[in-house]
Design a protein around this ligand. Sequence first.
Ligand code: UDP
Ligand code: MG
Length: 314
Amino acid sequence: MNPILYIVIPCFNEEEVLDETARRILVLLDRMESEGLIAAGSRMLPVDDGSRDRTWQIIERLHAADPRVGGVKLAANSGHQNALLAGLLTASDKADIMVSIDADLQDDAEVIPDMVRKYHEGNDIVYGVRRSRQTDNWFKRTTATLFYRFMQALGAKTIYNHADYRLMSRRAVRQLANYRERNLFLRGLVPLLGYRSDVVYYDRARRFAGTSKYPLGKMLNFALDGITSFSIRPLRLLFHLGLFFILIALCILVWVLYKYITGDVVTGWSSLILSIWFVGGCVLTGLGITGEYVGKIYMEVKDRPRYNIELTLE
Ligand code: UDP
Ligand code: MG
């Protein structure tokens, strides 16, 4: 039997793009249905992530015009990752498979049929992977590459050049819900599920309207979350650094004793003051990193709900 597909689209102030996005997605749904890839009842599910513009009104209008447009409205802006999870979990009540894609369709929606085909071949997860980053500027390209490399080095399983454009089966989404952390970094979690997966390649386009909802600050925070949510290696590094410092201190001690024995004692004010500052700086950095984890424990222990659905359109 053909699967019911829900296309989940997180939207934050996307009034400029939503109409065009819905038009393209609905055409795509039609085509996949007539090609026998998906069942009737497949839909698109925009999630309004507490937008301050007319995004929700547009979703309501689209829903009234076509029952294949659903809608989830979050009561407040909860961030891309949480909005995505809210959409996926809502969709998993009805859908057999879910594709998540950004509202601006920068990730080429035309490869969704390929994703569905890979699902038919027995994959539970299909990752959309960017073939090139030519449309991103130099800065975004370099920082992104550095980030993926760094994550790899820290031992977190992420798919190179894959953002949150992917297909997941219902059981994969249900299993994802069991990862009960607040600092959501979905592209790190999904590979941990361990289900059979494959990739499809696509070219990333420019945003066709509107501006990026991911300014530099948000992007950096997201990267930092990704790193500290998935790796405790920085803590271990701190430990090793500590041992190394003790070793240096022992060497200095030997040197000082030697100087003392040879009678050459009134030296080293500058080296002393330098060491104090240097070690102090290292201790502070260490405290900062530790604090990052303590902060995370604090947030997890509170076990707050990750989102709050105000209403859904059936
Ligand atoms: N988004 C969201 N909540 C936020 C920020 C962004 O739901 O707080 C959505 C946004 O509407 C878009 C997707 O996340 O569908 C990716 O954002 P954007 O395209 O602005 O990021 P970029 O492509 O520039 O990295
Ligand atoms: Mg975008």
